[in-house]
Every structure is written in structure tokens, then in C-alpha cells.
Write a protein that binds this ligand. Structure first.
Ligand code: SAH
Length: 256
């Protein structure tokens, strides 16, 4: 199966219907490239190509220049088993609009079998009832109910971001958390023993009253879920505050 990155690039298609402002088309191209999307289809744009679109696309002119211009929605999505209408309105009659996250999870999943279209409406009037009928799913970005209409490029950005997050998650992209080796129970226990001793040395813990405070400190450090290196740093700090006994010396004492 293609990687999630390639699926996004090749099989997820952004379709804009009768966009009036060329600047918006450029801004959409930019939002797409930022989020690793490449397939742009313009259905009867009012002005295209246009210097304004180029200017707003900035470093994403390649996406703009590769855009396919067609004259009907059928031409744009005819080969797509999944067509997701992106609507500023939360139509409730016969449609249950999905939220952005679940819709983009579906989009990326289904992109493994064939092209998936995300269809965006006109700035003035959105998508028509017939266009919505052509869609297999509907997605709505739950914005302020008193003013829920986003600029079209912003709507592309939000969905693109959700796709990107799904794709990174699927790819298991290395994040700081993934790369770090979590501290083992034994390392945490070594640290807690060291901490308790150090707090006694500092005169912070009074004999007989250490139980409660150590319990709270344990909870605090477990909540932070430190990795091995972080535990070593903490122990280094304790050692130097205790008067320079190095962590390595202590570890070897603990082992012996
Ligand atoms: N006045 C139009 C809104 C047009 S905004 C209307 O009432 O429908 C242009 C396009 O941006 C919309 O057709 C839709 O594709 C997208 N969009 C804007 N706000 C959105 C939102 N909250 N959720 C999903 N899509 C949105």
C-alpha cells in the first residue's frame, strides 16, 4: 500500500467550484502545499490564470500551474468513489455532516482505493443542492455558529491540517516523544530514592514526615513521564546540589 504521504499527494483532490477571487485560488494552492496536497481542480473559475493567484500562491505556484481547469463538477469528480462536500452550513435535513477529523480520517483511509475529492463551494453562495447531491459525504468545520463561514483557503487549511496530522500519525513520524526512551520503573525508583535522600540532606524533609511529600512528588514526576536522559539530568542536579557526588558514582553504588 502507498504511504500515507503519497496517498495525500496523489489521491486527495481539492476541487474549487466557480471561485470568484483569483487571490483565493492562490491562497488555496499555498495552504495545500503547506500540508503536502498537490491535486487541485478548478471548476469554471472566474479569473484564471491570474497574477493575483500567482502572488498569493507564493512558493506554491507549482501546485497552481499544475491545476486542472474543467467546466463541470462531473468532470472534476467523475472518477472518484468518495466525494466529500465541504460546507459552511450544517445542513441537517437529510445529511449528517462529519467533523473535520473524522471526515479526513475517512478520506485518507479511502484514498488507498481510489481518488477522493474534497469539494469547496463558491465564496458567495457555497455549494448548490444539486452539487451536494453529487457528494457521498459532507463535512462541516464547527466554527462560531453566529459566523461560521470561513474564507475558502482557511477552510482548505483546516482540512489539510487534519489530513496532515492523520498522515504523520500513520507514518509514525518521529516526534520527540517517540525518539526518547522512557525511563524504566527501576530508573524512576533510583531517582525517587536519590530525591528523598537529597531532600533530607537539604534539611527539607523532616524525619517521619517524608511519606506524604514523597507520595506527592512521585505523582508529580510520574505525571511528567520523564525519559532516561531527563531522569539523568534531574539526578545530576540533585548530585551537584548535594555537593558534587556524580550520578555515575551513585549509580555504581546502587548497583553494587
Ligand atoms: N456564503 C457561503 C459560504 C462560502 S465560503 C455559504 O453560505 O455557503 C466558501 C467555501 O468555503 C464554502 O463553500 C465551503 O466549501 C468552505 N467553508 C467555509 N466555511 C466553512 C465551514 N465552517 N465548514 C466547512 N467549509 C467551509
Amino acid at each position: 500500500m502507498k504511504s500515507s504521504h503519497n496517498r495525500m499527494r496523489d489521491a486527495i483532490r481539492v476541487v474549487l467550484i466557480e471561485t470568484s477571487h483569483p487571490g483565493n485560488i492562490g491562497a488555496v494552492a499555498r495552504a495545500m502545499k503547506n500540508m503536502c496536497l498537490q491535486q487541485l481542480v478548478l471548476v469554471s473559475p472566474r479569473h484564471f490564470p491570474s497574477p493575483e493567484a500567482d502572488a498569493r500562491a507564493s512558493g506554491a505556484r507549482d501546485v497552481l500551474h499544475q491545476a486542472r481547469v474543467v467546466s463541470s463538477l462531473e468532470e472534476a469528480v467523475g472518477d472518484c468513489p468518495v466525494v466529500i462536500g465541504v460546507s459552511a452550513r450544517k445542513r441537517s435535513e437529510s445529511w449528517t455532516a462529519l467533523g473535520p477529523r473524522e471526515a479526513m480520517e475517512l478520506a485518507l483511509g479511502r484514498a488507498a482505493q481510489g481518488p477522493v475529492a474534497l469539494v469547496f463551494g463558491r465564496e458567495s453562495s457555497g455549494l448548490s443542492a444539486q452539487e451536494l447531491d453529487r457528494c457521498t459525504h459532507l463535512v462541516h468545520i464547527p466554527a462560531n455558529p453566529d459566523y461560521s463561514s470561513l474564507n475558502i483557503a482557511m477552510a482548505v487549511q483546516v482540512l489539510g491540517y487534519e489530513l496532515r496530522m492523520q498522515s504523520l500519525q500513520e507514518a509514525g513520524a518521529p516526534s520527540r516523544g517517540d525518539m526518547a526512551v522512557p525511563a524504566s520503573v527501576a530508573q524512576m525508583e533510583g531517582f525517587f530514592g536519590h530525591l528523598e535522600q537529597a531532600l533530607h540532606d537539604f534539611g527539607f524533609l523532616q524525619p517521619g514526615r517524608e511519606g506524604r511529600i514523597m507520595h506527592r512528588l512521585r505523582r508529580l514526576f510520574h505525571r511528567a513521564a520523564p525519559d532516561e536522559r531527563e531522569v539523568n539530568i534531574l539526578r545530576g542536579i540533585l548530585s551537584s546540589a548535594q555537593g558534587g557526588k556524580s550520578m555515575r558514582q551513585r549509580s555504581s553504588q546502587e548497583e553494587s
